[in-house]
Design a protein around this ligand. Structure first.
Ligand SMILES: Nc1nc2c(ncn2[C@@H]2O[C@H](COP(=O)(O)OP(=O)(O)OP(=O)(O)O)[C@@H](O)[C@H]2O)c(=O)[nH]1
Ligand SMILES: [Zn+2]
Length: 293
């Protein structure tokens, strides 16, 4: 039988069968333990149920992708959720989430939630700004069910991870598209108190045939401590239209004949994005130098 690992607790693997049925608690076949570097949530596995009714995983199918924060295999949609207000969108934090998501190579979607709390013009302006950078953007409201159909379409048949700052409505959006989930939602302050000392383990939730979602705890700190400084510009999609600076190692800071800086001066790249690039570059460089000093 084939199924998907949706949760791992204490050496047991909870497998959701591909055909509708209850989740099976599985162990791993001994020789498989040696062959794999561990099974991840999201892995597709072949398993059998032995005479005692216990599940045993015999084989792991090749992975299509591995997302590292959170650790989930085969994710093929990252939904980055922010709010139009409460909490207010912070451009630098949004760009950090975007960079993290671009670095994973997994297609993303930006969702601006709580559209009901702002004027239409203001909501459109924010959404259009990120569209102009090349992102897919959707405005939603859990209050008025705005964007429900589109969001459902976006996650249909996919393994999606919902990520974003705390309190933007990730859990509320998941409840909107899959009311059966009954995820806890709450005021920001309540949640921070509750989440402080408990690490929620990663879990995939089935919301339809072959459709899975993971709700991640909101975080406000992201460390871009894993990339080379020269990789960063590649995670700003609109920068790719301006290749071939004079130096191939150009970091687009102070180097002469830099095409990115040229595009900023000509108004072809948004100054706000270039500023965020410089700030994140300083951070990435800091981590990099600490590591290789
Ligand atoms: N007005 C309005 N409030 C919303 C909307 N969506 C969510 N909320 C409220 O925002 C608060 C936070 O929602 P959650 O779904 O718990 O937020 P979260 O992103 O899952 O938060 P963390 O679990 O801390 O990461 C709750 O009080 C929700 O009722 C919306 O579209 N409009
Ligand atoms: Zn350059």
């Amino acid at each position: 039988m084939v199924g998907r690992v949706v949760r791992i607790i204490g050496g047991f693997y909870f497998v959701e069968p591909q055909t509708p049925g209850p989740i099976v608690e599985c162990a791993i076949r001994g020789r498989l333990k040696l062959k794999t570097q561990g099974i991840l949530v999201g892995d597709l596995v072949k398993y059998t149920i032995d005479e005692d009714g216990r599940g045993v995983i015999n084989e792991v199918e090749p992975r299509q992708s591995v997302l590292t924060r959170p650790y989930i295999a085969n994710v093929n949609r990252v939904v980055l959720v922010f709010a139009h207000c409460n909490p207010d969108p912070i451009p630098l934090l949004i760009d950090k989430f975007l960079v993290l998501s671009e670095a994973s190579g997994i297609p993303n979607l930006i969702v601006f939630n709580k559209t009901d709390l702002v004027a239409t013009g203001k909501a459109d302006k924010l959404a259009n700004k990120y569209r102009s950078y090349g992102y897919n953007v959707l405005c939603t409201s859990v209050r008025s069910n705005l964007g429900k159909r589109r969001l459902l379409q976006e996650v249909k048949g996919k393994v999606s991870v919902f990520a974003g700052p705390s309190g933007v409505g990730k859990s509320a959006l998941l409840n909107m598209i899959a009311p059966g989930l009954r995820l806890k939602t709450g005021a920001v302050s309540e949640k921070i108190g509750r989440g402080k000392h408990t690490t929620r383990e990663v879990q995939l939730l089935k919301i339809g045939p072959d459709s899975y979602v993971a709700d991640t705890p909101g975080f406000s700190q992201i460390a871009l401590d894993f990339m080379k400084p020269e990789a960063l510009a590649g995670y700003y999609p609109e920068f790719s239209a301006y290749p071939n600076c004079r130096f191939t190692s150009c970091l687009h800071e102070t180097e002469p004949d830099c095409r990115i800086k040229g595009a900023v001066s000509a108004g072809l790249i948004a100054a706000e994005r270039y500023q965020s690039y410089l700030e994140l570059l300083a951070e990435v460089k800091g981590y990099w130098e600490k590591r290789y000093r």
